[in-house]
Design a protein. Structure first.
Length: 486
């Protein structure tokens, strides 16, 4: 089981690395062609795409949990297929409703939220309406991808995600080279959502065709809707807490200033997609092992250590070299105000990566209601932190507010998982201790050390993490990884 999960996680991370690489190349090109102000608008459009978890009402993730748990319980593939295609049809209908809402709301968002006028406003309205047209296609693709993850087809997903990532960023860059109009650039991004849908539905039809004469069980449909309903609360509040800062900044500062926050945030937050993609491989495996707590314990122990030894060195290196990397990637004038923002965000990104573990554990056991209630608790706290932080420290204050919210979220998720799963308490407690040690090390190296001492200690930490990762990989391949492994 651990070997299969590790293999699936590697496929997921590999596919996401290609996406990250394409994005790293695309953003400087877009900055050159569009300028900082229009690039800020483009990153706001990316933020709206991040709300796709809201638009699908949690049904994409619900399909992953339902498909994996149903097959783990021995249900027939024909019954599962009937449910899947029924839910995908529902997603298409929801998408049509969201299309109308966003089309109608686009001028209001541009005028009141983004505070844009003139030609920039016209371009942005056009781009938002192009995004609206793509929503039904995007939601159907989300349902298909969720099902493929439930079937644990991570190799297939990753192999196709690589060329699609090139298209997702390459088409907007191509449009910008021809016509530096942010509306048409966003429209190019929206067009890629149609291609995504055609690709994933075709793959799903080959793997899980709908059998004639078999209808979806009402009980299965109710479970998926209930799971998705609670998850939609998290999918509303989660992206809101991830992306609300940029929209609030857009209402306070001009787009060029917002770009100093959104560009490092997008680059850094995309890095969190690496552990998240790995957790996507863990999620269906945890759902499948609900009746085997000893197997779940081994998976959790492996995942917690993997997050630390893989994410900590990457976050630490980027934080230490933040100014040089930003100057090399974009330019020196951009790197100045963006560096402290990036360093702060990396603290939260490391913790956010670790928070995916208890989040996946709770939802794999069907408790999307608990994660939703935690997000409801966090939202007013984050809103207060954001307002105070921005008005006290500007864009750096927004980064600080986001980090403090992630600290609260991580603590609540681990505490809830510890309370709900007595058999996992030792593993979760050890994981929290390891995370505290790792984040303390990060803060000491980044904020109290400088020069050669900082670089030397960073090199030692990276080497130690690499050694630990290789040892974990060897034990996993041999099938001897235990919960007590150091």
């Amino acid at each position: 089981m651990s070997r299969n999960v590790a293999r699936n996680a590697l496929w997921n991370v590999g596919g996401q690395l290609v996406s990250l690489g394409v994005g790293l190349v695309a953003l400087p090109l877009l900055l050159y062609e569009l300028g900082a102000a229009r690039l800020g608008v483009f990153t706001l459009a990316l933020g709206l795409i991040g709300f796709s978890g809201l638009f699908d009402l949690g049904l994409g993730r619900a399909l992953t949990q339902t498909v994996s748990s149903s097959l783990g319980q021995g249900r027939s593939r024909a019954q599962v297929a009937a449910l899947v295609w029924r839910v995908i049809c529902l997603l298409g209908g929801f998408g049509a409703l969201w299309l109308v809402v966003l089309w109608w709301a686009a001028p209001f968002l541009v005028d009141r939220l983004f505070s844009l006028t003139g030609e920039m406003a016209r371009e942005t309205v056009f781009g938002l309406r192009a995004l609206a047209l793509s929503i039904p296609f995007a939601l159907a693709a989300t349902g298909a991808m969720g099902t493929l993850e439930g079937l644990q087809q991570f190799r297939l997903l990753s192999l196709w995600r690589m060329p699609m990532s090139v298209l997702q960023f390459g088409l907007p860059v191509g449009v910008a080279l021809i016509r530096p109009d942010v509306g048409w650039v966003i429209a190019g991004l929206a067009a890629t959502r149609v291609v995504w849908m055609l690709l994933w539905l075709t793959q799903l039809h080959h793997l899980l065709p709908r059998a004639p004469g078999i209808t979806a069980s009402r009980a299965d449909l109710r479970h998926a809707l209930r799971f998705g309903g609670w998850l939609s609360v998290s999918n509303l509040i989660g992206p809101l807490m991830v992306y609300a800062d940029r929209f609030y900044l857009a209402s306070v500062f001009p787009p060029a200033t917002v770009a100093y926050y959104t560009v490092p945030f997008d680059a850094a937050f995309r890095a969190t997609s690496l552990p998240q993609m790995a957790m996507n491989a863990l999620f269906p495996a945890l759902a499948e092992t609900q009746s085997r707590p000893e197997a779940a314990t081994r998976l959790l122990a492996l995942a917690i250590r993997a997050v630390v030894v893989l994410v900590l060195p990457a976050a630490l290196v980027v934080a230490v070299l933040a100014h040089s990397l930003l100057a090399l990637w974009l330019n020196v004038s951009f790197a100045g105000p963006a560096t402290p923002v990036l360093q702060l965000l990396l603290v939260g990104i490391f913790l956010n990566s670790a928070a995916h573990l208890p989040y996946a554990l709770l939802q794999a056991h069907g408790r999307s209601d608990l994660t939703a209630k935690l997000h409801l608790l966090e939202l007013p706290v984050f809103a207060m932190l954001l307002v105070v932080g921005v008005h006290s420290f500007g864009i750096a204050g927004a980064a600080l507010a986001w980090v403090l919210r992630v600290v609260l979220d991580t603590a609540l998720l681990y505490a809830t998982a510890w309370w709900l799963h007595p058999t996992q308490r030792v593993t979760l407690a050890r994981g929290v201790g390891l995370l505290c040690l790792a984040i303390g090390t990060f803060l000491v190296v980044v904020y109290t050390m400088h020069g050669q001492v900082q670089l030397t200690l960073t090199s030692i930490i990276v080497a130690a993490c690499a050694f630990a990762a290789l040892r974990m990989l060897r034990l996993t391949r041999l099938g001897t990884y235990k919960e007590t492994s150091p």
